[in-house]
Ligand binder design. Structure first.
Ligand code: HEM
Length: 499
């Protein structure tokens, strides 16, 4: 504040009465806000209805928020819909900063994502990517295309669920219903930017449109499923393994861990965090990686050459092999820069704070716009081009220290699933590039593949990603010997898939 007690506020575009800047968000808010930042600068203060929202669009200012003033901005959103969808912010994802958040974070990391646990998940990742390869090979024998969008969703969910629940959730009826429901949840998240959310006196609009009823119904349905998951784990026999995240959480809930208070709702909230934060984020990133590889055949070829050279004579890719694949890591980093899946993540101010001379009030929502940061010419040469080589002789990494590349956030609330996500992406991509040559169906050329986005929990492809094996690799169609190989593979796949 200046000596006259007047606040020095960040630049703001003009607002409309009542709705503030809501009318300027459009269907893809990250792009609209990027455009506004080019006019008003990298730190802007908007109004969504009555709610002040600070939009951050440069690496320097992101560093101020997530490092210098991390503690002041360590809260999450204060909005109604996210609160309802996330068990009243009882879990880790939505919890306000404080002792309970710290305890939950320790439990989450220690019981699910510690270094020791991560090492033990390598075998899960290898098995699941191996299975994906088999499924794809099987599909290529019977159909000409595979829908990678669906395949990635199932894969990433199976990986995280085997780690957290001890088995695949997608195979159970409850799991299928829950995952189906998540799509609806995404729709609800993307509709959060409603008038009723930000202007309390217009809250009735959300009743009238049926938005609140749909939201409450969704919350009830998902809760019923998670209740059933808890009951299943509680009723395990004495001889069954109780070594997974859900069992450990239930142990803490029953009071086996002194000093930690985790009620039933918190257990469900933490499981919902795993399912909500750990599935679509990774599958969306995989979709974008494959999209850009198809659009850039020379990059794909260079990646395949690296992987096939390292794997010469070997089929089974291990984490040891992945360590040597530097171009693979560069491709993944470039995808995080160009298509961050969590494109604008929310923080909220806990107290009055001065950022670069600007006064920010408590409860101000903060949106870190990764889309804008990834396209900032101050940080990146030719930011509009997909060039993995930019990372080959560079130390820039995504682990929260280089603020031009923070797809997993930074500071106290950095994503705890970072290593799990990055490793599972490496396993998947290395296998897909090692085992198959890829093309688009119907003779379409790579550069014709669209990059149209859909706003939701993540920014994903609007259209699915159907892919086929390139003609040069259709070996099973060529001769009797290959036909025999094909049939054998088919039989193996059938055994494996139990169908
Ligand atoms: C490519 C995949 C992923 C991306 C891009 C991603 C991105 C993010 C981002 C940007 C945040 C907010 C960080 C901040 O505020 O500074 C976050 C938080 C979080 N992520 Fe991830 N994530 C991914 C995968 C995962 C996985 C696999 C899990 C594991 C279950 C996970 C669990 C969480 C949780 C629980 C939080 C909340 C942490 C807290 O508030 O303390 N994420 N993630």
């Amino acid at each position: 504040m200046n000596s006259g007690g007047k606040k020095n506020l960040p630049p703001s575009p003009p607002t409309l009465p009542l709705i503030g800047n809501l009318h300027q968000l459009g269907s893809l808010p990250h792009r609209a806000l990027w455009n506004l930042s080019r006019k008003y600068g990298p730190i802007t203060l908007l109004k969504f209805g009555k709610q002040p929202v600070l939009v951050v669009s440069s690496a320097d200012i992101a560093k101020k928020i997530l490092k210098t003033h991390d503690l002041s901005f360590a809260n999450r959103s204060v909005l109604i819909t996210p609160k309802k969808l996330l068990y009243d912010f009882n879990g880790l994802l939505g919890s306000p900063y404080g002792t309970q958040w710290r305890n939950l974070r320790t439990i989450f990391v220690h019981e699910l994502l510690s270094n020791t646990k991560l090492k033990s998940y390598n075998s899960i990742m290898e098995e699941e990517t191996g299975l994906l390869v088999e499924k794809i090979a099987y599909k290529f024998l019977t159909l000409s295309t595979v829908n990678l969008t669906d395949a990635f969703k199932t894969l990433t969910n199976d990986m995280i669920c085997r780690a957290a629940f001890g088995r695949r959730f997608s195979e159970t009826q409850q799991g299928k219903e829950y995952l189906e429901g998540l799509k609806e949840g995404e729709g609800l998240v993307s509709s959060t930017l409603t008038l009723g959310e930000f202007i309390p006196c217009l809250g009735w609009i959300n009743w009238l449109t049926g938005f609140n009823a749909a939201r409450d119904m969704y919350v009830m349905k998902q809760d019923k499923i998670l209740e059933a998951v808890l009951e299943e784990h509680l009723n395990k026999g004495a001889d069954e393994s109780k070594d997974n995240f859900v069992d450990l959480l239930l142990g803490i809930h029953k009071g086996n861990t002194p000093g930690v208070d985790v009620d039933r709702s918190t257990v469900k909230a933490l499981i919902a965090d795993v399912l909500g934060a750990g599935t679509k984020t990774t599958s969306t990133s995989l979709e974008w990686v494959m999209t850009e590889l198809i659009r850039h055949p020379t990059v794909m070829k260079k990646l395949q050459d690296e992987i096939r050279e390292i794997m010469k004579g070997k089929q089974h890719i291990t984490s040891h092999d992945l360590e040597k694949m530097h171009y693979l890591k560069a491709v993944i980093k470039e995808t995080f820069r160009f298509h961050p899946s969590v494109v604008m993540y929310p923080r909220a101010a806990r107290e009055y704070v001065n950022v670069m001379g600007y006064d920010i009030s408590p409860e101000t929502e903060v949106l870190i716009n990764l889309w804008a940061i990834g396209r900032d010419p101050a940080c990146w040469q030719e930011p509009e081009k997909f060039i993995p080589e930019r990372f080959l002789n560079s130390s820039v990494d995504f682990r929260g220290f280089d603020f031009e590349l923070i797809p997993f956030g930074a500071g106290r609330r950095i994503c705890p699933g970072l290593e799990f996500a990055a490793t599972s992406m490496e396993h998947t991509l290395a296998n897909l590039m090692h085992k198959f040559d890829w093309a688009l169906p119907d003779g379409a050329r790579g550069e014709d593949l669209d990059v149209i986005e859909k706003h939701g929990l993540t920014i994903s492809r609007k259209n699915p990603l159907p892919m086929k094996r390139s003609n040069s690799q259709s070996k099973f169609k060529k001769g009797p010997q290959n036909l025999v190989m094909g049939i054998r593979l088919l039989e193996e796949c059938e055994d494996l898939l139990g169908s």
